[in-house]
Structures are given as structure tokens and as C-alpha cells.
Design a protein around this ligand. Structure first.
Ligand code: SAM
Length: 459
């Protein structure tokens, strides 16, 4: 599919003939393939069965360009959450936050699905921090929730509501990230649908929506906190334009972020809009898709007082000591956890964030938070599939069964698994040492407990 004509005219006018043509040519070329390692499950020395890393992404410690695109669907490391498939430019948001996040920081990722940036923030805030990942679209929020379970850091809450509702938690977050819905010009290389859906009317609609989201985001940010704005479009009206319109109403409350050093050879084009620092990624200059990122802070004396909305529902119940004893067996650091029950399922929340999670659960629809541990029957835990994927599971609580490649893929297809190598009762099923889920052996039979909704269908 051809690039939209008005888009081509505009980039030639904005960038000049030679540079504009180079950009259009790059948009008709091949996309690099990249992933980001999960440091909770795969350290720098970790090897991956299906990936052939070529080199590191320069602005992301965990980022790797791959030599070729593997079948991610058939890779057990992918299903174990050992890495996230994420294009390289968007990994840059982590670079902007590095060194900024104190222990226990709260991050709001306001437009979060499917979760690429959410999982990156979760790796940065540490086990006492919290990422609130909001997604307005319920169907997309459910995919986000699956990816959060798979990442397994236990420090994310997934909410699904309009930005207004979660931003009623005013002056409450240390960082607010707006990865705005946009016209997607930066995706023209990867995604024909983005080319097909592009129109000038859609650009105007996106710009208006971005203005509304930024207004909400600003309310939620603490004085002294950091606002990250990003899009995957080159369109000025949605990039610098959104920041200019925001400065017109936020005025001197917006101040500059810390100095940010970049490698000149990375090819990122730096700029500024008032106190905002901006970063443009053009595919003919950087090894990644088209992307725009910007960072600024709210003045420390901006004066907003924290406001927590009133609880409208009571969904969270404490668990008694006996139950807490059983739940404690399953996690490596029970002393840092608060155990709660929601609709019959027990969860572990980071205790440093328990009050925050309680307040959120009372005011907005939280569809997942912390780690789902499972249900208690007669004092014993029937583990939730999410517990298998939690990086902090205590493996001494359960028998561990290692499956070889094909057997592991059969498990992920939810096919029958033979009982060899499995202990009687519940087993944590692993491939290459990385946990995938649970199975229960009863004599010569094995119940495959991998969730139906996640099973591999592809042949
Ligand atoms: N941050 C995500 C990631 O890294 O995986 C990608 C987010 S995508 C660019 C933008 C998201 O904004 C979409 O999931 C979309 O459903 C959501 N969205 C659409 N309209 C919105 C609105 N009015 N307010 C907030 N979010 C919206």
C-alpha cells in the first residue's frame, strides 16, 4: 500500500526534499526486530533458545536487536515472560526515567495496552514501587492484564476506565506517562492498517484527544513529578503541537527535566518546546520505528494537594493468619507482601503499596493487581496460573517438572502431558528452567492446568 499523498507532501515540506525522500524510502523498507529482556527472569548472561541476538539497543540495557524474526509463538521463553517483543525506539522511555525513580515510586501509565511500556516501567520501579497501568478499552485491557501476569514482577495494577477517573487521584503519582493514541505515521513501515486508516481528519481528532488526555495527566502528577509524553507519529500537530497547546494552559507549572545525555551516533533528533525536551526517532536515522518522546516536570511549588477519591466499593478483604501462613509458603519474600482476598481469589500485594492499592480498588475498576496466588480450599492453595509466572514464587513450595522442547510446547497447547517426571499432585511446569504454568498429576493421569485463553493455537 502506498504512503498517503498528503503525508508525503508534508514530510517533504517539513524535512526538505532529500531527507523527506530518505524517510519515505525507509518506510518502505524492512523493520528491525527487537526484544527487551525481563531482568527478573533473564539476567544479562541469559541465553534464549529461539533468539539470535545481534547487538544491544544503545538506549536500553535490556534491549536486543535480533538477527532474524523467530517464531515467538513457539518459543517457551516468550511464554515464560523472559522477554517482551518491543520495537527499539519505544524502549527509549525507560532511558528518560533511569535514575529518576526512587524506591517506592508510583508511576501512572495512562494509555497502557498492550503493555510494552508498562512492563518496562515495572522493571524500573523495583519491588516496592507500583505501576498503575490504565487502558480505556476493556478488550485491550484484558490483553494488557495477560502480559502483566506473564511479566511476573508483582508490582503492577491494571485498571480500565477513562483517564478522568484514574486521574481523580490528584497529585498522587511521581511519574505519569502518556503514550497517546495517535495517527500512527511511525508505524507505516510495520503496519498497512496504519497507512489505510490515516487521514487529515483523523490527525485532528487524535490531536484533540491528546489535549484532553494531557489535561487529565497533569492533575494526577505530584509537584516535582515527571511527565512523559510519547506518540508513534511524526505529525507536528500531535507531537510538539500537543505540548505547545498544553503549555498555553499549564504555563509556569511546567519546568525542565534533568539534562539527558545521548550518543550522537544513535541518530535521535533532540529539540525543545519551552521547558519540554523532545526526542524524534526517524527510521532513516535510527534503528527503530518512528517515535516521538518528550519529558518535563511539574514545578515543585505547583501547589496541588494530594486528593484520593472516596471509596465507592469494598472489594478487598483481609485474610486470616492461618490462610496467610499457607500463602506465605509460596512466595520468596512474604514479609514484604500483604495478602488479600478479592472475589474468592487470594492476591499478594507489595506491602509498601498496600494502602495505595486499597484506595485504587475502592475508587476505580482494578482488573488485576499484584500477583494472583489462587484459591484456598480446606487451608491449601489451589495455585493460580499467574503464580507460576511470578518471578518471586518460592519453588520449594511445589514439585518442579522440567519439560523438554516439544513436550513443553504441547503443554502450552493444552494438550495431554504424559506423567513421566511429574510428582503426584501439583507440579510447576518449566522449560529450560523457566516456569510456564501448573499441572496436576493424579496417578497415571495429568491435568493440564494451562489457561485455555492463553493456549497456543498456531500449528
Ligand atoms: N503504551 C502502550 C504500549 O507501549 O504497549 C501502547 C499504547 S497505544 C499507543 C495507545 C492506547 O490508548 C491504546 O491502547 C488505546 O486503546 C488507548 N486510548 C484510545 N483512546 C483513548 C482515550 N481517549 N484516552 C486514553 N486512552 C485511549
Amino acid at each position: 500500500m502506498n504512503l498517503p499523498e498528503p503525508f508525503v507532501r508534508r514530510v517533504l515540506a517539513d524535512l526538505g526534499e532529500a531527507e523527506g525522500r530518505a524517510l519515505c524510502a525507509a518506510l518502505d523498507g524492512e523493520s528491525p526486530v527487537s526484544v527487551r529482556r525481563n531482568p527478573a527472569k533473564a539476567d544479562a548472561a541469559a541465553e534464549f533458545a529461539a533468539l539470535v541476538p545481534e547487538r544491544a539497543v544503545p538506549w536500553c540495557r535490556e534491549g536486543l536487536y535480533l538477527r532474524e524474526r523467530p517464531s515467538f509463538t513457539l518459543d517457551t521463553d516468550f511464554h515464560a515472560g523472559a522477554y517482551y517483543v518491543q520495537e527499539a525506539s519505544s524502549q527509549f522511555v525507560g532511558y528518560l526515567l533511569e535514575g529518576l525513580l526512587r524506591s517506592g515510586a508510583r508511576v501512572l501509565d495512562l494509555c497502557a495496552a498492550p503493555g510494552g511500556k508498562t512492563t518496562l516501567y515495572a522493571s524500573l520501579v523495583g519491588s516496592d514501587g507500583l505501576v498503575v497501568a490504565n487502558e480505556i478499552d476493556r478488550r485491550r485491557a484484558s490483553v494488557l492484564s495477560d502480559n502483566v501476569r506473564k511479566w511476573g514482577t508483582g508490582n503492577i495494577a491494571v485498571t480500565t476506565c477513562e483517564p478522568r477517573a484514574v486521574c481523580d487521584f490528584e497529585a498522587w503519582f511521581d511519574v505519569v506517562a502518556v503514550d497517546a493514541p495517535c495517527s500512527g505515521e511511525g508505524m507505516f513501515r510495520k503496519d498497512d492498517q496504519a497507512r489505510g486508516e490515516w487521514s487529515e481528519g483523523n490527525v485532528r481528532m487524535c490531536a484533540a484527544r491528546q489535549d484532553a488526555i494531557l489535561r487529565e495527566a497533569w492533575r494526577a502528577l505530584k509537584p516535582g513529578g515527571t511527565l512523559l509524553y510519547s506518540t508513534c507519529t511524526f505529525n507536528r500537530d500531535e507531537d510538539e503541537g500537543s505540548l505547545e497547546r498544553m503549555l498555553a494552559w499549564a504555563g509556569e507549572e511546567v519546568v525542565g527535566a534533568e539534562e539527558i545525555d545521548l550518543g550522537a551516533e544513535w541518530g535521535i533528533v533532540c529539540g525543545a518546546v519551552g521547558p519540554w525536551r523532545t526526542f524524534r526517532f526517524y527510521p532513516h536515522r535510527v534503528c527503530g520505528e518512528g517515535f516521538f518522546a518528550a519529558v518535563a516536570r511539574k514545578a515543585p511549588d505547583a501547589g496541588d494537594r494530594t486528593h484520593v477519591p472516596k471509596a465507592r466499593r469494598q472489594v478487598v478483604a483481609p485474610v486470616d493468619r492461618k490462610c496467610a501462613g499457607e500463602l506465605s509458603r509460596w512466595v520468596c519474600e512474604p514479609a514484604r507482601m500483604r495478602f488479600v482476598e478479592i472475589a474468592g481469589t487470594c492476591y499478594a500485594w507489595p506491602s509498601a503499596q498496600a494502602e495505595a492499592l486499597q484506595a485504587l480498588s475502592g475508587a476505580v475498576p482494578v482488573i488485576y493487581a499484584g500477583v494472583a496466588l489462587g484459591q484456598l480450599f480446606k487451608g491449601a492453595l489451589k495455585p493460580d496460573p499467574a503464580l507460576a509466572l511470578y518471578a518471586g514464587i518460592d519453588r520449594s513450595a511445589v514439585a518442579v517438572a522440567e519439560l523438554s522442547g516439544e513436550r513443553a510446547v504441547a503443554y502450552l497447547r493444552r494438550q495431554e502431558v504424559s506423567p513421566e517426571g511429574l510428582a503426584e499432585g501439583i507440579n510447576l511446569i518449566c522449560a529450560r528452567g523457566r516456569a510456564l504454568g501448573f499441572a496436576k498429576r493424579i496417578g497415571g493421569r495429568v491435568n493440564n492446568l494451562y489457561p485455555n485463553s492463553l493456549r497456543i493455537i498456531k500449528q
